[in-house]
Design a protein around this ligand. Sequence first.
Ligand code: R5P
Length: 303
Amino acid sequence: MLLLTGSANRALALNVARHLNLPLAKVSIGQFSDGESCVEILENVRGQDVFIIQSTSTPPNHHLIELILIADAIRRAQARRVIAVIPYLSYARQDKCLYPTQTPIGAKVIADLLATCKFNRILTIDPHSEQLQGFFSFPFDSLYSTTLFLEDILKKNYSRLVIISPDIGGVRRARTFAQRLNAQLAIIDKQRFKPNEMQAMNIIGDVEGYDCIIVDDIIDTANTICSAASVLKENGAKKVIAYATHPVLSGQAIHTIQSSLLDELVVTDTIPLNTIAQSCSNIQILSVVPLLAKAIEDIYKES
Ligand code: R5P
């Protein structure tokens, strides 16, 4: 098997390769002067199972195009199988038409675009919603950071714990955590009238005197989690800790986190953190490397 990566998260790909005791295949990645991406695979891939590790993180369009170009080059060079390992799959939040406005179903558009690459399968982590699988007409495997997060929560020995879903869409995820930890569940009824902007928050459930753990798939502007932290503290929460798989952390997110009532944020390395985020004492990073490496090995061995 051959592992290679685009420019989205080279550190993650290198760590997966190290975990599997393999080198990362050589690829030249650059841009023409007008901004078009150009890629060249510098190794023979003929007859190999090739895993392309590339999150479509910021800038999402650029990283998506890089992935597609790499896939095309590999296909033309006659690899045996091409597997896209997309730890963070962007556009997944655009999974429905927002009537009465006229909007595309971005997630379906991206699924159709990826289908043109003729990947044998796609491997991702914590996709925004489970129905996303239905947008793809070829194997789409999802891994979950649940076990990674649960182990960390258990290590921290919280006494009175309540698991918080920051919106109605996340209830299933939060309920899994609550059941596995034998903890209470509370739900924040979040109303969003515009993307990335929150309007209202009500809590369904009891949080007074509890340590509250918010679980979410994505932390983007950090408005959801930080507003949740405020409303939880207003309602008597002792501590508020958030676990979010994909640290998109766009715009003023770090500033929002630093000036919030959030006690701690735990994320994974599906997306690299910038140096400011890395130096935040209340942001902890857990690694998905073992999870990805095991899945890649299983796919390779068809086990
Ligand atoms: C929304 O449905 C997602 O699960 C996240 O809650 C959301 O994307 C977080 O975005 P932000 O950090 O910008 O509030």
